[in-house]
Design a protein around this ligand. Structure first.
Ligand code: ZN
Length: 522
């Protein structure tokens, strides 16, 4: 046990130790397909909530998990493998499913942002599968094919295009549009802003075609009640659920204007406090009964309850792309950039909103509901990848154990996508989407953050911060943790290398940035 602990202590620091920034070259196995890959000496977090076990050797063959065995067999397996990753002292868990995201090629208008920046950040945060719920359909389908063929460095992509009022209209037109997009290869549909007759048409047509559906309900004619009844697969965010538990509609002041995002997001923070608790329990019961999943995306609204935290995230310094930096600044043009004179009262109401909302999500899960993780990053001070790491922390804040949080992020994500026969668990025969984590994420979910996390050094060695400290002992903080390898379809991606590339992209973009915007760097 002592020997293991020492090895573990070393492994925790090797990624983000003081020399990480100077690491000049990618390891030779980075981003290279190997016919056989062996991960040696891993402690496994399975994915579906069972406790960790190991150490074991995981043999990956042609992109699938071929075998998982006790370490004694490992020598022979390693001898015949192209590639070996030593996971001594590390934890191996399934890749994360980001169930709610959007690709962007610019944030601030006129300032391009390379999509590779986002792909690297997502992989660095352990995301091996994304569900894009609205984007540029043609491009995303192309990227999906390229990701499947491994000609780009990117997570696996599922494409759920928007069914919007703008693009459609009458129920017959909506149906025709859905048939067409299904033909073109949509994996599912994202529904936003619908009246009841339109929604009936969408749901009926999707069911006929076997298309899955995700909804952002917003504040409108329909609420969760309609979506549950008509059989949607997942409800995103917080909207619609509390709306179905109000005595009538939300109490808005008479000057409310939904197009004004200060109004929209200010008043959204008052929603859950207005819900009738007894009705809310019933809405939750109905969601569970009808197998409607909930993808709360807690992290994307966090700035509303703690703006100073959101504006001062330490990774902004090296990793925030100037296009996004510019976009985040207060602007009536940019979606989600509604912070003009944000008040203590607005934050307090949002904090209350989170308490009730989180309790509702927790109640939903304990009653048997499927909870997943998504980050919706690129808005409201949330960065790609960092957003999903924060999402996991917020699921813990909602009252889930870290092992349950990992289940939300992996196995539940696979179930949401209908890929539970091949994804989301460290299981023989499943797709080899695996994360090799520096340390134990169940001890601290922050270890999954692409920036790494604070770890305590006691007399120069990493130790639990509950360790006894004797007089004369030296306690220090160091940056540790992080994912070392994100493996997708059996191909290992070296996270420090991905992050170094991100840092370089940002430095280049900042150097090329027009002089007029450079002054505002936080
Ligand atoms: Zn979204």
């Amino acid at each position: 046990m002592k020997i293991f602990a020492a090895a573990f202590a070393f492994a925790m620091l090797c990624t983000f130790g003081s020399t990480a920034a100077q690491q000049p070259q990618a390891p030779p196995i980075h981003a290279k397909a190997a016919r056989r890959l062996v991960i040696r000496n891993a402690i496994v977090i399975y994915g579906s909530g069972k406790p960790p076990y190991g150490p074991v050797d995981i043999v990956v063959q042609d992109g699938l998990i071929a075998s998982i065995s006790g370490s004694a067999d490992g020598n022979s397996a390693a001898a015949t493998s192209d590639t070996v990753i030593d996971a001594t002292g590390k934890y191996v868990m399934p890749g994360i499913v980001n169930a709610h995201m959007h690709w962007h090629e610019e944030r601030q208008a006129g300032m391009p942002q390379p999509v590779q920046y986002e792909r690297n950040l997502y992989l660095a945060a352990g995301v091996t599968t994304v569900r894009e719920v609205g984007g540029d359909f043609e491009k995303s389908k192309r990227w999906q094919a390229e990701s499947n063929a491994h000609t780009i460095v990117a997570p696996r992509i599922l494409v759920y295009p928007f069914v919007s009022k703008g693009r459609t209209g009458a129920p017959a037109e909506i149906r025709a549009w859905i048939r067409e997009i299904h033909q073109k290869g949509a994996d599912g549909l994202k529904i936003i802003g619908m009246d009841r007759d339109q929604l009936e048409a969408i749901m009926d047509e999707s069911h006929k075609l076997g298309l899955r559906t995700a909804t952002h309900i917003a504040v409108e004619e329909t609420t969760a009640k309609d979506y549950i009844e008509l059989g949607v697969n997942s409800i995103e965010h917080f909207y619609g659920v509390a709306d179905a538990a109000l005595a009538g509609i939300q109490a808005f002041p008479s000057d409310m204007n939904y197009s004004n995002e200060i109004h929209r997001f200010g008043r959204a923070g008052e929603l859950y406090a207005q819900a009738d608790p007894a009705k809310l329990h019933k809405v939750i019961d109905r969601m569970v009964e009808h197998h409607v999943a909930w993808d709360p995306t807690f992290s994307i609204y966090e700035a509303s309850r703690d703006l100073v935290r959101a504006q001062n995230q330490p990774w902004f310094r090296d990793y925030l792309h100037p296009s996004m930096e510019e976009y985040f600044k207060g602007s009536t043009e940019n979606h989600g950039s509604y912070f003009f004179g944000w008040t203590s009262t607005q934050e307090a109401r949002w904090k209350q909103q989170y308490r009730i909302w989180m309790d509702a999500v927790r109640e939903f899960a304990t009653k048997g509901g499927l909870v997943t993780t998504g980050d919706d990053a690129g808005y409201i001070y949330s960065m790609y990848g960092f957003g999903i790491s924060r999402e996991l922390e917020l699921h813990e804040e909602a009252g889930f154990q870290p092992l349950e949080v990992v289940e939300h992020a992996t196995w539940n994500g696979a179930r949401l996508l209908g890929m539970e026969d091949r994804l989301g668990k460290v299981r023989e025969g499943f797709i080899a989407d695996l994360l090799v984590v520096n340390g134990n994420p169940l001890e601290n979910l922050k270890l999954l953050n692409p920036y790494g996390a604070d770890v305590m050094l006691l007399n120069g060695r990493p130790a639990s911060n509950y360790s006894p400290i004797a007089r004369g002992d030296k306690a220090q903080n160091a940056r540790g943790g992080g994912i070392e390898w994100t493996i997708k379809d059996g191909i290992p991606y070296h996270v420090p290398t991905l992050m170094r590339e991100v840092k370089e992209m940002v430095a280049r973009a900042r150097a090329e940035r027009p002089r007029s915007t450079a002054a505002g760097l936080r």
